[in-house]
Design a protein around this ligand. Structure first.
Ligand code: UT7
Length: 329
């Protein structure tokens, strides 16, 4: 019998902007085609904010939905961890804005920067803090407004990303439900294969930095693709091995939703049947740290995860960072 020692999920929620940008909309602003985007990425549309909409708007909505789903009062949340790289401001942490907005008066709050791995990193950090006994309920959030740093004239990147956020309310495991095993990894040697150089202390904002488009996402897509498949496969293998789970015992795999071809390559390596793999990249594009918690909430609400389900999640993002987890519901 597998035991869960890490934090369990009491409730989830997510939030997406209403505005939808289709591939044919993109055809009008950049030299691309619906056919190329669908064939190379599987993406058909993405939700995008009205420019100037802050991340906190999405994250607060997701958090409120997760709290209602869990039946937990904001006043009983004592820890908020937000995985994101597109906070409202350089500081303070957007998690503090969430803390105030939802009325989590007793919560410590901080942001965690791990790009697309933000939610699985935050989950594991919150789980470890809950295990100290000093915290009773954690709100773990993942979300990004990557369109705020997209160069809309760069067809290599602008077709890939969407905006969105997800949330989960965590409590210490009851021994049956919760995190069975999780892993987190990084390799900064590849920092410049996927990054946003401008706006930090290295390149503070100047007219020159804007002209040089240093505030936009830069990515070597093919290299990132290769590393994503290899690293996610290794992390998933590690989780299966360390938790003594076979692939047959996994009811649903939730991979990071960056590119359908990456997901299919991962599925092929593990010979996992496609009905066990959750996919929403076609509707949402890559929502970065929002990807896993949005998918998780959709899977729960649509009944693809039920009490007793064992779910594996795996992700990869800038840093490079990557992470995986097996969770019993
Ligand atoms: O969240 C984690 C981080 N992100 C990822 O995991 C993304 C990983 N990478 C990818 O998903 C893929 O590498 C991309 C979707 C970004 C690109 O797909 P690819 O199959 O690796 O294409 P490519 O970069 O090798 O480009 C192939 C061709 C190039 O033209 P030439 O040089 O062969 O003439 C590109 O210029 O496709 C061209 N191209 C496009 N054509 C139409 C690149 N972007 C576009 C576009 N529309 N949007």
């Amino acid at each position: 019998m597998i035991t869960s020692r890490g934090a369990m999920i009491l409730g989830t929620g997510h939030a997406l902007p209403e505005r939808i940008l289709t591939n044919s909309d993109l055809e009008k602003i950049v030299d691309t085609s619906d056919q190329w985007i669908v064939e190379r990425t599987g993406i058909r549309q993405r939700h995008v904010v009205t420019p100037g909409t802050p991340l906190s708007e999405l994250v607060i909505r997701a958090a409120e939905r997760a709290l209602a789903d869990a039946g937990v009062n904001a006043a009983d949340i004592d820890l908020i961890v937000l995985g994101s790289v597109t906070g409202d401001m350089k500081f303070p942490a957007t998690a503090c804005l969430v803390q105030e907005a939802i009325g989590a008066k007793h919560a410590a709050a901080f942001d965690l920067s791990a790009a697309c791995s933000g939610f699985l990193y935050s989950y594991q950090v919150a789980s470890a803090l809950l295990a100290t006994g000093n915290f009773k309920h954690a709100l773990v959030l993942g979300g990004d407004v990557l369109t705020s740093m997209v160069d809309w004239s760069d067809r290599d990147t602008c077709v890939l990303f969407g905006d969105g956020a997800g949330a989960a309310v965590l409590a210490p495991s009851d021994g049956k439900r919760g995190l069975i095993y999780g892993c987190m990894h990084s390799n900064g040697a590849h920092a410049k294969l996927l990054y946003n150089p401008g706006g930090g202390s290295l390149h503070p904002p100047t007219h020159e930095s804007i002209d040089a488009k240093q505030h936009a996402i830069r990515m070597e897509g093919r290299e990132v693709f290769r590393h994503a498949v290899t690293s996610m496969a290794e992390a998933l293998q590690e989780v299966l091995q360390k938790s003594s789970l076979t692939l047959n015992e996994i009811d649903l795999l939730i991979p990071h939703q960056a590119n359908l071809r990456i997901i299919e390559a991962l599925g092929k390596r593990f010979a996992i049947s496609s009905d066990k793999v959750f996919i929403n990249v076609d509707r949402l594009g890559n929502t970065s740290a929002g990807s896993i918690p949005i998918a998780l909430d959709e899977a729960l609400k649509s009944g693809r995860i039920v009490p007793g389900s064992t779910v594996a999640m795996v992700t990869f993002g800038a840093g490079f960072t990557w992470a995986a987890a097996a969770i019993r519901f």
